[in-house]
Design a protein around this ligand. Structure first.
Ligand SMILES: Cc1ncc(COP(=O)(O)O)c(C=O)c1O
Length: 424
């Protein structure tokens, strides 16, 4: 190891990009590859939109100039979209006094308001509406996670708390910064986090005479709905998050919000210590562009702005994200298909007695092989994943189970057929 490199980095390995094999070799498959391991939308941007984007690129972007380092136009567009999402959110648990008023859900699930230039698509913004000052934009929400960790815990001042299994990047990024990660379990039947354990962990890390040498918990990370287990936060969990003191930051990652239509953005007003992360990588079909955003009170977004690199988001990515928002009615129109495909996939998988399948509020499904012996089950998960890969379907083996992205109807049919062959 080079003598000037931090010693603790020797324990870490570089992130292995997916899709692909762990060793990076090409996937040995007999047929077309169905990439159902990274929870992207199965569809590229429609060709005519790509053409318009390319035309805009040619006309608007001067490649010799730095991009808009303040993301002004994009932040405005995001704020407008967030306001719509608050107004349309389903199943928002009762608000305590003084919170934002959330109108009742429109019938028929997902409602994408008609596009209107500058307006709010027919939705009246509440007085406490989100503005560009509430938004910070990152090179993927991964960048925002790192900025948050730098802003809160760096320099041995804080630890983070996660409930496993959950999105791995919180722990991975924390480790690269030398920030301790405290993990608590989830209930095995529902994947609700073990709140009592979480309370204990926060108390014990905060005690001067604690057994651990970790600094106190400064950040709690939750995902709504969680990856890989696909469950939305419960009322219990939300209530507990609401009780956390102001010196603990609550990060609510809504990467899969468009599939659950259930956001906590309407509660940010009540909780200055909450922040919501979202991404353009999933429902908006822009994983290749690396655009994520945070929604929080302006003091918090200002802290993120201090930490981020000056021109963190290429001009083309900003343009693509603005473009996707302007065309959201078209792009999000496939979500009902994803949701009905998800139901079909769950129904087909449930036919296999040896599998336990969980309900999903996201664009993926989580399952485990039923077994008393978890090691044995894990071996079987690995085998199933490898066998599916050999047949041309990539899925994720993670968190003690298997996560399968809901793909196109054809991909999902192939997944079901291939799984049936493997399991029977
Ligand atoms: C829960 C969660 N948060 C964040 C991300 C990363 O998003 P981005 O592509 O914006 O970095 C992912 C990607 O899979 C995710 O599952």
């Amino acid at each position: 190891m080079l003598p000037f490199i931090r010693k603790d980095l020797a324990q870490l390995t570089a992130y292995t990009p997916h899709p692909g094999a762990a060793s990076g070799e090409s996937v040995p498959s007999k047929s077309a590859i169905d990439r159902l391991d990274t929870n992207e939308c199965p569809y590229d941007l429609p060709a005519e939109l790509k053409q318009k984007l390319a035309w805009n690129y040619q006309q608007l972007i001067e490649t010799n100039r730095y991009p808009d380092g303040g993301h002004a136009a994009l932040k405005e567009a995001i704020a407008q979209y967030v306001n719509e999402s608050i107004a349309e959110s389903i199943h928002v648990p009762p608000l305590s006094k003084g919170g934002l008023h959330v109108p009742p859900l429109s019938k028929g699930g997902l409602h994408v308001p008609p596009l209107s230039k500058g307006g709010l698509g027919g939705v009246i913004p509440p007085k406490t509406a989100i503005t560009a000052d509430n938004i910070s934009v990152g090179n993927g929400s991964d960048e925002l996670i790192r900025s948050l960790l730098i802003a809160t815990c760096l320099g041995a001042v804080g630890s983070i708390l996660v409930a496993n299994p959950t999105f791995s990047m919180y722990g991975i990024i924390a480790q690269t910064l030398g920030i301790p990660v405290v993990s608590v379990p989830r209930k095995p039947d529902t994947f609700e986090m073990d709140i009592e354990e979480a309370k204990r962990a926060i108390l014990s890390e905060g005690c001067a005479n604690a057994q651990t040498e970790n600094p106190p918990v400064r950040v709690v990370f939750v995902v709504h709905p969680n990856s890989p287990t696909a469950n939305a936060l419960t009322t219990n969990e939300i209530e507990w998050l609401s009780t956390l003191p102001e010196d603990i930051l609550v990060v609510i990652d809504e990467a899969y919000f468009e599939f659950s239509q259930n956001t906590l953005a309407g509660k940010l007003q009540e909780h200055p210590n909450w922040i919501i992360l979202r991404t353009f990588s999933k429902a908006f079909r822009l994983a290749s562009m690396r655009v994520g955003y945070a929604i929080a009170n302006p003091e918090l977004t200002a802290a993120l702005e201090k930490i981020r690199l000056p021109y963190n988001l290429p001009a083309f990515s900003q343009l693509a994200a603005e473009f996707a928002l302007a065309q959201r009615q078209l792009l999000l129109a496939v979500i009902p298909e994803t949701i009905s495909e998800r139901a079909k996939l769950i129904a087909a998988l449930t036919q296999h007695q040896q599998l336990q399948i969980w309900p999903s509020a996201a664009n993926f499904v989580y399952l485990r092989v039923k077994a008393d012996n978890r090691n044995l089950a894990e071996q079987q998960h690995k085998q199933i994943m490898e066998q599916l890969k050999a047949e041309g379907t990539l899925i994720r083996h993670t968190g003690g189970g298997l996560r399968i992205t809901v793909g196109s109807p054809q991909e999902n049919q192939r997944t079901c057929d291939r799984l049936s062959q493997i399991l029977t």
